[in-house]
Design a protein around this ligand. Sequence first.
Ligand code: PLP
Length: 304
Amino acid sequence: LPPTTKQPKRIVTPPGPTARALAARDEQGISHSFVRDYPQAIHSGKGCIVTDVDGNEYIDYCLGYGPLIFGHSPKDIVQAVVEQISTRGYHFSFPHELDYKVGEAVQRLVPSVDLIRFTCSGTESTMAAIRLARAYTGKDNINKFKGDYHGWSDLHYVSYHPALTMAAGRHNAPRGLPDSTGMPQAFVDQLIIQPFNDLEVIEKTIRERHFEIAAVLIEPTLANCGVIPPVEGYLEGLRKITEQYGVLLIFDEVMTGFRIAAGGAQEYYNIKPDISTFAKVLGGGFPAACFGGTKEVMEIEAKN
Ligand code: PLP
């Protein structure tokens, strides 16, 4: 897309009167997550510009946390969606012709994906990937990395933003800390937290505890605590150890999928995980997501 030359318009100093009135209603019952600063309430978006309820414009660097790579309301996509839902409907409890079209495109693009299954969000995809890894290996525990985000389920919402204190453990022995109250300790205990980019630490963990570890779950480039790429040889090393010890490798490509290369981080780094998860760009802002993997692993899913 060409860069914008348009200057965003400023009508009132934000938050304007309409935004303030809406914010006052928050206290009576709406709780928003994450982005709570200006703009307080959006009216509309076009391209890279969003307009708030008082008419102020902003350049949107967030773009739905990644899915809107064509910006807001891209004409061709809006037309295609309107055409689909107005002439063919929008919710079915049966396989749909488009499942095959989209599914085959994912298979074509992503090197490790032989079979896929659709879900509605990245969180669901990573939950399903964990269940599948447990079913395939007969083991329960999952290696997860400090700073990785895989969604807000109790299954993995641990040590995403851990406290910068000794409560989070030492570098080579991080302690899992829940990212929300209300999470049973039993869920936290099923995750073995690891430092990213330290092959020696994870090698030792897997060597000593592989009999209880179903999978290593990783964002192949950390993208939820700034952007931290893997150091040279790290993903290759992980692939090697996991294969050696019968532990599955799950790439959470919700951020990286169809972004850093058409086939995601696995194409870019030339590593084939056993299971991969996708969302965001797959649906372009609509709730479409999937997980997929090798035929051998995914066949268990097909039987479930
Ligand atoms: N995995 C990663 C790497 C993510 O960045 C996110 C969301 O930002 C998720 C999983 C969860 O996806 P969703 O918000 O669609 O549930």
